[in-house]
Design a protein around this ligand. Structure first.
Ligand code: EPU
Length: 307
């Protein structure tokens, strides 16, 4: 465990940016669940981010990168060590425009919807199906975010990763192991930025597709409630939501966590929910689906933290 005094000692003149101690993770997750992180750091620049990583390696303090906290269940005991957010890294730049293609450099703390909005405004096609997915670009890459047959993977060219030694490397997309809602980005690395390639299209057509997907999402998903998106991955050839629904789990509840009546693969925090309630509800739903269909559901959300 690292405390405020040690942090100041270790990073005396090597850190610029916001830092909080014993910071409740519920302030940083869309579920509004999660105990305290020993340290929650939002470095302002690359040097500060790098110093946090090198110190954590040198002093053997665990660290965890966080994106928008939108696909995350943090346990009630909070997070050991340092949570590092690249929320201050939000630059988007045009790298190249040619033959109807546009290459963008995007920093990982950029909200994914800022990118989607840019594509809508300029008529760049390729990420329409990502409309309405909350979270950051870094988080979207780490979990290969997708919907409506679109995945972020298909527009990525490369990413820049910083490893525990503070070295920055450009990694080709083929080497990131991006697959359905997963990647093999090493646990000790953080995503700094990505180059993505979109194609020019008619702005009105791009806008229409985006608006259509948003409409569908609003009709089928409880997007304004406190959730972490879909809890379970879709098993091969079927939908977790359909299985959970048909197994009779709609409206099931543990503490303040409820299976959404609107889309059963979303679990909602109806008040002061605890992570332990959420996990108990996951287990109850999982065993019901196993009992009725003989299918084992696998979590899509990332579960982190101390018990
Ligand atoms: N269904 C039910 N009951 C429910 C929910 C769904 O019967 O409570 C049925 C629907 O009627 C439909 C089928 O199941 O026939 C599929 O449902 P839907 O179209 O809503 O898609 P999904 O498979 O549940 C997937 C992704 C979503 C993504 C949508 C749209 C996963 C786990 N889910 O949901 O992604 O937004 O397609 O493309 O891959 C996420 O990853 O967090 C997520 C929400």
């Amino acid at each position: 465990m690292i405390n405020e005094r040690q942090w100041r000692e270790f990073l005396s003149d090597g850190y610029e940016g916001d830092v909080k101690f014993m910071e409740p993770m519920r302030n940083h997750t869309s579920l509004r669940i999660g105990g305290p992180a020993d340290v929650y750091a939002i470095p302002q620049d690359l040097l500060s981010a790098r110093n946090v990583l090198t110190i954590s390696k040198e002093k053997e303090i665990p660290f965890m990168p966080i994106g928008g906290g939108t696909n995350l269940l943090c346990r009630d005991g909070g997070i050991e060590g340092i949570v590092i957010s690249l929320n201050s890294f939000r630059r988007i730049e045009v790298v190249e425009e040619k033959d109807g293609e546009i290459t963008l450099f995007v920093e990982s703390g950029t909200p994914l919807q800022k990118l989607v909005n840019l594509s809508k405004e300029k008529g760049y096609t390729g990420i329409e199906g990502l409309a309405g997915i909350p979270g950051s670009v870094g988080g979207a890459i780490a979990g290969n975010a997708g919907a409506f047959g679109y995945e972020i993977k298909s527009v990525l060219i490369s990413t820049a990763l910083m490893n525990v030694e503070g070295r920055i490397k450009r990694i080709r997309i083929e080497d990131l192991g991006l697959d359905y809602r997963t990647s093999n980005i090493p646990a000790g690395s953080i995503i700094l930025s990505a180059n993505i390639r979109l194609r020019k299209d008619i702005p009105e057509d791009v806008a229409n597709r985006i608006d259509g997907f948003l409409r569908e999402k609003r009709e089928r998903q409880p997007i304004s409630e406190r959730s972490a998106g879909c809890v379970f991955k879709n098993p091969e050839g079927t939908s977790a939501g359909r299985l959970i629904d048909e197994a009779g789990c709609k409206g099931m509840r543990v503490g303040d966590v409820e299976v959404s009546p609107m889309h059963t693969n979303f679990f909602i925090n109806r008040g002061e929910a605890k992570a332990s309630d959420f996990i108990r509800l996951m287990e109850a739903v999982k065993s019901k689906v196993m009992e009725v269909f003989g299918i084992e559901l696998e979590p899509e959300i990332r579960i982190v933290g101390r018990e």
